[in-house]
Design a protein around this ligand. Sequence first.
Ligand SMILES: *[C@@H]1O[C@H](CO)[C@@H](O)[C@H](O)[C@H]1NC(C)=O
Ligand SMILES: *[C@@H]1O[C@H](CO)[C@@H](O)[C@H](O)[C@H]1NC(C)=O
Ligand SMILES: *[C@@H]1O[C@H](CO)[C@@H](O)[C@H](O)[C@H]1NC(C)=O
Ligand SMILES: *[C@@H]1O[C@H](CO)[C@@H](O)[C@H](O)[C@H]1NC(C)=O
Ligand SMILES: *[C@@H]1O[C@H](CO)[C@@H](O)[C@H](O)[C@H]1NC(C)=O
Ligand SMILES: *[C@@H]1O[C@H](CO)[C@@H](O)[C@H](O)[C@H]1NC(C)=O
Ligand SMILES: *[C@@H]1O[C@H](CO)[C@@H](O)[C@H](O)[C@H]1NC(C)=O
Ligand SMILES: *[C@@H]1O[C@H](CO)[C@@H](O)[C@H](O)[C@H]1NC(C)=O
Length: 635
Amino acid sequence: MLLLLNFFLLVTFSNVAAVQPSFGIDPVNKTFLLDGQPFQYMAGEIHYFRIPHKKWDDRLKRVRSMGLNAITVPIPWNLHQFEEDDEPQFSGDMDLSKFITLAQSNNLYVILRIGPFISAEWDNGGLPWWLLRKKTLQKYRSNDTVFIQQVTQWWGHLLPKIFPHMRRNNGPVIMVQVEHLYGSLGICDKDYLDQLEALAKHHLGNDVVLFTTDYPVLQTMDCGTSKTMFATVSIEPVENPAQLVAWHNIQQAFAQGPFVASHFVIGKAKLWGINTTFPATDDEIVTTSKIAYSMNGSISYSVIHGGTSFGFWSGSVGQYPVVTSHDMGAPISENGDLTTLFMKLRFWINGLSDWAYPPTSIPINIPKTKYPDVEMMIFDSIQGFILGNDPECWISTETPRTAEYIRHGYGYMYYNATFLDCGNLYIPSFAEDAYIYLNKNFIGTLFSRFGNIHNNTMQITGCLDQPNLLEIMIDMGGRESTMYPNPSRGIMGDVYMNNATLQGWYSCEVPIIPYQLSRIEDVHKMISYPRNLTAIREGALNPNVYIGNMHLKVQPVDTYIDTTGWGKGVISINQYTIGRYWGSVGPQKTLYIPGDFLVKGTNLIMFYEFEGESGACGTGTTCNAKFSDTPIFTW
Ligand SMILES: *[C@@H]1O[C@H](CO)[C@@H](O)[C@H](O)[C@H]1NC(C)=O
Ligand SMILES: *[C@@H]1O[C@H](CO)[C@@H](O)[C@H](O)[C@H]1NC(C)=O
Ligand SMILES: *[C@@H]1O[C@H](CO)[C@@H](O)[C@H](O)[C@H]1NC(C)=O
Ligand SMILES: *[C@@H]1O[C@H](CO)[C@@H](O)[C@H](O)[C@H]1NC(C)=O
Ligand SMILES: *[C@@H]1O[C@H](CO)[C@@H](O)[C@H](O)[C@H]1NC(C)=O
Ligand SMILES: *[C@@H]1O[C@H](CO)[C@@H](O)[C@H](O)[C@H]1NC(C)=O
Ligand SMILES: *[C@@H]1O[C@H](CO)[C@@H](O)[C@H](O)[C@H]1NC(C)=O
Ligand SMILES: *[C@@H]1O[C@H](CO)[C@@H](O)[C@H](O)[C@H]1NC(C)=O
């Protein structure tokens, strides 16, 4: 049976290779044409940038094994071009060409979302932070010459890399999406869409099938579609088939071609501090898929596999920060395990007699384990650690500088200034948490988060009879992913003490750079500045850096680090930033660690803990990092 199946696929693929490879739309018969033959896709969105590249092939095999014939792949500009002056990077975890080639070798066609805005719960929706420096990102993009120039440069690097993978060149890339849900912004800048179209065609050829995706509402479709790009819709699971028919009709009013739901939302990102439940049941997702299929529609599940927002890449949605896990309740879970939704969709697809891409055999689950506790020691206060690492600072008189201004993209900022008299400290605008120190002592936290929870002022007491030192650490959080333009990060504008502007600022980047080192002793050697460990331990509830060695005698496998008993911060293991945690708020308690990030031998674990641990250290000076073999979410 398996042999027959493979043979069948081989025939399908070699047949199409015999004719001139091409992809297009038949507007009369309302169908896609792949190599001249009617074609329908069932795709799933997958984020190569949220999967370690060593696991790409495994994840793609899982996608194919459900019976899908295509994937949708967004491309985050900010990942590839970290700094403005950088040549865009395409190696290692950023090797897009390799990912596309792997998809093809797994018999999956590829639909690319080139943005430049991709949303995807990613920092700034994929737009680089350094654009915010350039006083660009205006609403009317077509008039924003700086932005258009930057996109032109970026696509000038990206699109030539994609071109060889286009279907016409015998590659798997069949379609390319421009922008994402653009109509929802209500800007309706059609000239902008035309500019993007011209730019894409310049690199990919006039025959490229470009498309837009918008909610199936007349107003947003009016606003987000263009006359010459194919209009598709974003849908949700429906209870009533009539709803899907109505959405189909709206799409058809704008599209000369098949029904396409290029963004079929089947799950929701979890956010720190708020309950987000996805209301639809598995059965509604299956039913909606069946109806769309019977309409000869093409669909793309968003998402088929979400992965993990490693580093500082998770964005925020409606001012709620997105958690590090991007599991999204997807058919293929964060660690690759297959869910009941996966099995239900696979069962349905397997029963389709007219589907030319039946499911393949299911790969076995990847092993995971609960490693023994690792002892963690307080290494330094965070502010001592930063200053010891000789941060890059910007010196200014009145106004502290934003992160973008001093060219610091992600993570944390450090500020200091001196003042004479104690009183009311007021920071009108900052993002998102501000940890305040008076004369080196931690005295409290101000925050501006969750949209409606702000505390931007505090009474400061205990000043000395001399210039007092005010230090502020800012947790920058993740930038908004669902709309733009975006405000900056760090402290935006003046800071007041008793209504007087504080003068003389240092605005510094915080170098949280995961170490290539693996042993605690090496870190000790590297840090040459003096530390008063007695004082640091007395301030165990202050923002601190913890450090520990994990010894593995055998080849490592996947695991989770359990942040129960820790507050808020970020964890790094070896040279990898595993991601943000916020155990004191939830819902995510465990962070996924792919075995690929660990080594047989000694591994270095670091916690940058900002809120102070709350139980991980018991009563003593040693604390524990705990592990788990399953993900833990409190809701
Ligand atoms: C529509 O499909 C029919 C049957 O396959 C075919 O004969 C016809 O040429 C198609 N029309 C167009 C415009 O491609
Ligand atoms: C774009 O710029 C032109 C010329 O400056 C101006 O006439 C037009 O109103 C601008 N469009 C928008 C939408 O701002
Ligand atoms: C979210 O919902 C769960 C279960 O209904 C509840 O236990 C939890 O406290 C809620 N969390 C928040 C932040 O509302
Ligand atoms: C779907 O396509 C088939 C074959 O081309 C056609 O017979 C059928 O009428 C189409 N169904 C719909 C709902 O368009
Ligand atoms: C503020 O921070 C900078 C950078 O670490 C440091 O050089 C400076 O001495 C600090 N200012 C004071 C008053 O401590
Ligand atoms: C704001 O934060 C400060 C410092 O943490 C605290 O002293 C004060 O009570 C808070 N105010 C409100 C209204 O929560
Ligand atoms: C600051 O200014 C406000 C209004 O401008 C005033 O109500 C308040 O008393 C002032 N606070 C101090 C400490 O001077
Ligand atoms: C270290 O800190 C402790 C507790 O704050 C203090 O008593 C001691 O004098 C400090 N030692 C030095 C060398 O500064």
